[in-house]
Write a protein of this length. Structure first.
Length: 636
C-alpha cells in the first residue's frame, strides 16, 4: 500500500511546476512511511511513498523502471495473482532479461504493461491505482481498480495533467482551489461527495474500472476495462444449495489470496456476519490469526464486542478488544478532521480511524468484511425496498401512519426512536418511484432542505441542470425493475464514494493496509449472476451469506439488530462538542462572515438538535462541521 503523485507538463510554462514533486510526494507520507522517491525529466514528474507489504527489500522500491530504463511505474495497491500472471505471461520476458529480479507484484505489473499494454488490466486480481510512463513515445497511462478501492484524483487542463492519491498532495501542484457549489449541494444531501466529482472545480476522480492514456500533446483516451453488470442469464445456473457451496469456495480463495504478505497480518472482527465469515475462513489458513474489535464503554447500545468474542473463542484467535470511553473517541476527533482533505461526513469514519489506529500497533495488514452489505443486500434499506415491492396489509398500514410517524420523536440513539425513524422513512418513500425512493433513502436531506441551508448567493452558483444530470447518472442502473439494480447502484454510489473512501482514508491515516475479500471481482461477478431471492427475502438480509456460513458461525450472531459502525453523535453534540458547534464552526458571526450558509437555517438546526425530536439533525450538523473545518483549513 502506497501513495502516488505525478505531473505531466504539455508546455514550457507548466514545466516550471515539476519542481513541486518533492512537496507533493511528502504530503503522502502516512500512506507510505517506509520510503519515498521520485522520477523527473523535462516534462514528467512521478512521486511515490511506500508502505512495504510484499517484498520489503529496497529492490522493490518505486518509481520502478525496467532494465532498459524506457518505462517507469508508480503503483499503489496489491495484485494478488501476480505469481500466476508471471508464470502464464512473462516467462519469455524473464528469460530474455536474465538478470536480478524482485519478488514484488510491482515488477510483474511493470512488465505486463510493457508486453501487453492495457489489455493486462482485465487479468489483474486486486486493488490498485497506478501511473505507467513510456519515455520514448511520451505516453502516460493512469488506471484504477474495478471497484475503486484505491483513490486517484486528477486535474487536466490545456497545460498539464496533475494526479495524486490525495487532494492535499494534488494541491501542491498549484491547482486552483475553486469551490464547486453544485457538488457542495450534493454533499449536503448525501453526507459524502459522489464520484467522479470532487469539491473543487476542475478536479475529478478517475472512474473505478477505467484507464486514461495521455500523450505529450494533451490528447487523452478515457475508457473502461471493467464494468459491473447484472447477469440474468446466470440466474438459473445454480440451485440455491449449489450457489452456497460456490460462494464458500470463491470466498475461501479470496481470503487465502489476501493473506499473502511479508509483514504481520490480522483481521477486523466486529461481531457481524461479514467480518465473522472472513475470520472463519482465514482461520483455515493460519493457526494464529490476530483479530481486533472496538468497544463502547459508555454506550452499550452501540457495543457489539460480545458477539465478536464468541467468534474469536470458536476459532481460537489472538483477540484484542479496544474498549474505549467517550473521551477516547473525542481525543481522536481532530485527528480525523485533520486528515480529511475533502468534505466527508460519514461519522463512522471516527471509529474506523480509532480501530485502524490501535490495530496498526499490532499488524500492518488487516482483513475486513467491507463490501458484503452492498454485494449481498445487508442493509435495512434493502429489506425496506424488498418489503415495499410486496403488496401487503402491513405496507398499507405503515404508509397510512405517516402523519403519526412525523409527530413522534425520531433518532438513531435508541431502539424506540430508531424504529419511529425507520417507519417514517419507509412511509415517506412509499409513494415515490423506485429511483426516487432509492435516492431519498440514500440521502440525509432533500433538495428542498439543502436549498434552505444555503444563502441566495450560494444557490445562484448551484447548477440545477448539472445536479439533475449527475443524479440521473448515479441512478442509471434502474432500467428493468430487477432488484439487483438496487445493489448495483449501491456498488457504484454508496460503496465507491462512501464506504471505500472511509476505509481507505482512515486506514492510510494510520499506515495500515485493509483488504476486503468480499470485493474480489470473482466473488462480485458471481453475486450478480444470482437472482435477488438468493440474497434477500421477507426474513433474511444477506440470505445466501448467512445460510452458506451458518455451520461455521455461532448461532448467537444471527437474527440480531444491525447497528452499523455508529457513534453517539447526538449526545456528543449536546454536551462535549456543543462549544465547537455554537462558539466556533457554526457560530452565528462566522456563518454571516463566510456567506455560504443561511444563518437562520443553521440556528434552527442547533435548536432542533437540542429538542425532544432531533431526527437526523446531528447528521446534518456533522456534515456542516466537517465542511467548515475543511474550509477553514484550505481557505483561511
Amino acid at each position: 500500500m502506497c501513495g502516488i503523485t505525478g505531473y505531466y507538463a504539455f508546455n514550457n510554462n507548466a514545466a516550471n511546476n515539476l519542481t513541486k514533486i518533492t512537496q507533493s510526494t511528502e504530503k503522502l507520507f502516512l500512506r507510505g512511511p517506509d520510503s519515498g522517491n521520485f522520477y523527473k525529466d523535462e516534462k514528467v514528474a512521478l512521486g511515490h511513498r511506500r508502505l512495504s507489504i510484499i517484498d520489503t527489500s529496497n529492490g522493490a522500491s518505486q518509481p520502478m523502471s525496467d532494465v532498459s530504463g524506457q518505462y517507469v511505474l508508480i503503483f499503489n495497491g496489491e495484485i494478488f495473482n501476480f505469481s500466476e500472471l508471471s508464470d502464464k505471461y512473462l516467462q519469455p520476458t524473464w528469460q530474455r532479461i536474465n538478470g536480478p529480479r524482485t519478488s514484488s507484484d510491482t515488477e510483474v505489473l511493470l512488465y505486463l504493461l510493457i508486453e501487453y499494454g492495457v489489455e493486462c488490466l482485465e487479468w489483474l486480481d486486486g486493488f490498485f491505482a497506478f501511473a505507467f510512463y513510456n519515455k520514448q513515445n511520451g505516453e502516460l497511462i493512469l488506471a484504477r481498480d474495478p471497484y475503486g478501492k484505491k483513490p486517484l484524483l486528477y486535474a487536466l487542463t490545456g497545460d498539464y495533467l496533475a494526479f495524486s492519491s490525495e487532494m492535499k498532495s494534488l494541491l501542491e501542484w498549484n491547482i486552483l482551489k475553486e469551490l464547486d457549489y453544485t457538488v457542495l449541494h450534493q454533499y449536503l444531501q448525501l453526507n459524502y461527495i459522489p464520484q467522479p466529482q470532487s469539491i473543487l472545480k476542475g478536479v475529478s476522480k478517475l472512474n473505478a474500472g477505467y484507464y486514461m492514456s495521455i500523450n505529450n500533446t494533451g490528447t487523452t483516451d478515457y475508457k473502461p476495462y471493467y464494468q459491473l453488470k447484472i447477469n440474468p442469464s446466470g440466474y438459473q445456473r445454480h440451485s440455491y444449495e449449489e450457489a452456497q457451496q460456490q460462494l464458500i469456495d470463491k470466498m475461501d480463495i479470496a481470503v487465502q489470496e489476501r493473506m499473502i504478505a511479508d509483514v504481520p497480518l490480522g483481521a477486523f472482527l466486529s461481531g457481524g456476519i461479514d467480518s465473522s465469515v472472513i475470520v472463519a475462513l482465514a482461520s483455515r489458513h493460519t493457526s494464529k490469526l490476530k483479530t481486533f474489535s472496538i468497544g463502547y464503554k459508555d454506550n452499550p447500545f452501540f457495543d457489539e464486542t460480545s458477539y465478536a468474542d464468541l467468534v474469536a473463542k470458536q476459532y481460537k484467535t489472538e483477540h484484542t478488544v479496544f474498549s474505549l470511553s467517550n473521551n477516547d473517541f473525542l481525543e481522536h476527533l481532530y485527528n480525523v478532521l485533520d486528515y480529511i482533505d475533502e468534505p466527508f461526513a460519514d461519522s463512522s469514519a471516527i471509529p474506523e480511524y480509532i480501530l485502524c489506529h490501535y490495530t496498526r500497533k499490532h499488524v500492518t495488514v488487516a482483513l475486513s468484511g467491507d463490501g458484503g452489505d452492498e454485494v449481498f443486500a445487508g442493509y435495512n434499506k434493502h429489506a425496506a425496498e424488498w418489503k415495499m415491492r410486496q403488496n401487503t396489509l402491513a405496507n398499507t398500514m405503515v404508509k397510512a401512519g405517516l402523519p403519526i410517524w412525523k409527530s413522534l420523536p425520531r433518532s438513531r440513539n435508541n431502539k424506540v426512536t430508531n424504529l419511529f425513524r425507520q417507519l417514517h422513512r419507509f412511509a415517506e418513500g412509499a409513494n415515490l418511484s423506485v429511483k426516487e425512493r432509492y435516492w431519498r433513502w440514500a440521502s440525509f436531506n432533500t433538495k428542498t432542505q439543502v436549498d434552505g441551508l444555503l444563502t441566495p448567493s450560494s444557490l445562484q452558483k448551484v447548477s440545477i441542470q448539472v445536479l439533475a444530470q449527475e443524479k440521473a447518472k448515479l441512478l442509471s442502473c434502474f432500467e428493468t425493475g430487477d432488484y439487483n439494480e438496487v445493489l448495483q447502484t449501491d456498488m457504484q454510489l454508496v460503496l465507491l464514494s462512501d464506504m471505500l473512501v472511509k476505509v481507505d482514508s482512515m486506514s492510510m491515516a494510520n499506515s495500515l493496509e485493509v483488504r476486503s475479500p468480499f470485493l474480489d471481482h470473482k466473488v462480485v461477478d458471481f453475486a450478480f449472476s444470482l437472482p435477488s431471492e438468493y440474497k434477500i427475502d421477507g426474513t433474511l438480509k444477506k440470505k445466501i451469506v448467512q445460510d452458506a456460513f451458518r455451520p461455521m458461525l455461532p448461532t448467537e450472531i444471527y437474527n440480531r439488530p444491525k447497528h452499523g459502525f455508529e457513534i453517539p453523535l447526538l449526545d456528543w453534540f449536546r454536551n462535549e462538542l456543543w462549544g465547537l458547534i455554537n462558539d466556533d464552526l457554526l457560530k452565528q458571526s462566522f456563518i454571516e462572515e463566510q456567506g455560504i450558509f443561511d444563518v437562520a437555517a443553521t440556528e434552527k438546526l442547533k435548536k432542533k438538535l437540542k429538542s425532544s425530536n432531533p431526527e437526523d439533525s446531528h447528521a446534518t450538523i456533522w456534515a456542516l462541521i466537517v465542511f467548515q473545518y475543511w474550509w477553514k483549513k484550505y481557505y483561511i
